[in-house]
Ligand binder design. Structure first.
Ligand SMILES: Cc1cc2nc3c(=O)[nH]c(=O)nc-3n(C[C@H](O)[C@H](O)[C@H](O)COP(=O)(O)OP(=O)(O)OC[C@H]3O[C@@H](n4cnc5c(N)ncnc54)[C@H](O)[C@@H]3O)c2cc1C
Length: 494
């Protein structure tokens, strides 16, 4: 494990993390540099927590490999109740891969050992924008095609062996302690969060209090922190919402090497229509295939409806794949109504002792595959803030993390808000960003330099300003229409 913390600074105190998703596990990793005890609580069972006795470099058994034709329950990838999105395509952006590898050296090799394929982003994978393929061009970006459950399981196992860290599955957090005079968790009225109220096991037992010097809320989109804070009289942060009414349907298939002519992934962007999809080869010689539709154009989950939706996409790659491959599961749905960003940075004095992180702070339209990477970026900000001590930590964190969130939020929402029916606040800056990005996307079809930079920006490996560098801007703004690797639209006979 690497730690940039000066050796002279002793670790002390107890940090409690709500939620053992990607944000919670990564937060625990950086907290273990500052605290001598870190407790990660999750109300789920956390499969694989029992593996914690294994050394971090032990290769995991590929318990996910299946003989062809084996029927699996609907959540065939191993998604658990608290993270239902894990049954859907989960692409890890290159910047996220880089941070995860920095925090957990050897992680990628271990995912590969567990069967996750890797590829150069635009070479081993196909990316269609506006119905045309971008590339293939070299981008210097690596796609690690692990399923979300495999990634989480491996992170969990590595987190559990960190010094002072313990995972507490089947432990629900039901309140914050100390936030105010009210009973937002049996508080003592200090205004600072001093712990959490928990209930363990089946949920019918008495609740107990777990004291903490710092509580990190990584409990996801449905975090209750805001309710608990407002019940204790704390002002609610302003909230930005962009309503996209997105529907997903995902299904797992057996993979054979000839599928997609050996390519490992395909993404068919919704732009400029409402429907899109993706497929990625994941561990266990399987495909996770996700179909997606915005603004109520949701893909069906029955076999015929799923296949018909795939055939109606602008290019035939996914339809061909689902026709050729053997399904291993039923399709599972997911509905995502809106992207939500909570502006804690605008709260004059956020309660000390609590930091909200990950989806609980900002949850993005999953079509842009930013969530895990932005969660990873946030944990680096948290680490920097912790190095300056606990005093005023929450305020410092929210101010510092704003820049990280702005990049991803602006990219995603400026694209979404180009659809007139998407509800959200439209700004001149957003309009300009959205239309410049759309122009860069079109240009990427025939200009490899634009394609390369565009994808590096999408992977959060470079800032969006990379697309504004004079030499590149000249290429983006050059007159002429888009050409490129168009493939004929599939004729739907149904
Ligand atoms: C359909 C979909 C597809 C996505 N695809 C991608 C993608 O391709 N790439 C990408 O980077 N991101 C993707 N995301 C986003 C990504 O899943 C999240 O951004 C990322 O996992 C970070 O989430 P988190 O850890 O903050 O919360 P979560 O992953 O939601 O984890 C929250 C955890 O908190 C626990 N919990 C909740 N409440 C309590 C409580 N009261 N007490 C105890 N435990 C509690 C839950 O059990 C869960 O384990 C997608 C999201 C969705 C919805």
């Amino acid at each position: 494990m690497t730690s940039d913390r000066p050796p002279s600074t002793p670790r002390s105190g107890h940090a409690v993390v709500l939620g053992a998703g990607v944000a919670g596990l990564l937060a625990a990793r950086v907290l273990s540099e500052s605290f001598d005890r870190v407790s990660v609580l999750d109300r789920d069972d956390l499969p694989g927590s029992a593996d914690t006795a294994l050394p971090a470099d032990t290769a995991l058994p590929v318990d996910t490999a299946l003989p062809a034709g084996t029927a699996l329950p609907a959540a065939g990838l191993g998604a658990r109740r608290g993270v239902p999105q894990a049954g859907h395509l989960h692409a890890l952006m290159d910047r996220g891969r880089e941070i995860l590898e920095d925090l957990h050296p050897g992680l990628v090799a271990q995912l590969v050992a567990a069967g996750a394929p890797t590829s150069e982003a635009l070479v081993g994978g196909r990316w269609y924008l506006h119905g045309r393929r971008v590339g293939p061009v070299s981008t210097g970006l690596t796609s690690v095609l692990a399923s979300r459950p495999l990634l989480e399981r491996e992170l969990r196992r590595r987190t559990a062996v960190l010094p002072g860290v313990r995972l507490l599955p089947r432990t629900a957090v039901i309140g914050l302690v100390g936030v105010g005079a009210g009973e937002a968790g049996g508080g003592v009225g200090t205004g600072a969060v001093t712990g959490v109220r928990i209930r363990s096991g089946a949920g019918d037992g008495a609740s107990t209090v777990l004291a903490a010097d710092l509580v990190v809320d990584a409990s996801g989109r449905n975090s209750r922190s805001l309710d608990w804070l407002s019940a204790a009289g704390h002002p609610a942060p302003p909230t930005s919402r962009v309503t996209v009414d997105l529907g997903y349907a995902s299904r797992v298939y057996q993979r054979r090497p000839e599928h997609l002519d050996g390519d490992l992934s395909v993404i068919i962007s919704t732009t400029p229509g409402l429907r899109g999809g993706g497929a990625a080869a994941v561990e266990g010689d399987r495909w996770i295939v996700t179909l997606a539709g915005l603004l109520g154009e949701h893909p069906p989950t029955d076999h015929d409806g799923f296949c018909t939706f795939a055939r109606r996409l602008p290019v035939p790659d996914i339809a061909d794949l689902v026709r050729a491959a053997t399904p291993l599961t039923d399709a599972v749905p997911y509905r995502f109504r809106e992207s939500v960003r909570r502006h804690f940075e605008a709260v004059r004095s956020p309660p000390d002792g609590l930091v909200v992180i990950g989806d609980a702070l900002c949850s993005f339209n999953p079509l842009y595959a930013q969530g895990m990477t932005v969660a990873a970026q946030q944990t680096l900000v948290l680490r920097d803030c912790l190095r300056e001590g606990l005093g005023g930590l929450a305020g410092r964190f929210y101010r510092a993390v704003g820049g990280v969130l702005d990049v991803a939020w602006d990219m995603a929402t400026s694209a979404d808000l180009r659809y007139p029916a998407v509800v959200g606040r439209r700004t001149l800056r957003g309009r300009v960003t959205g239309s410049y990005a759309a122009r860069a996307q079109r240009r990427a079809h025939r200009d490899p330099a634009v394609a390369r930079t565009l994808l590096r920006v999408v992977h959060l490996a470079e800032p969006p300003t990379a697309l504004l560098r004079p030499a590149l801007a000249a290429r983006v703004l050059a007159p002429g229409g888009a050409g490129g690797h168009a493939r004929p639209a599939h004729h739907d006979q149904s």
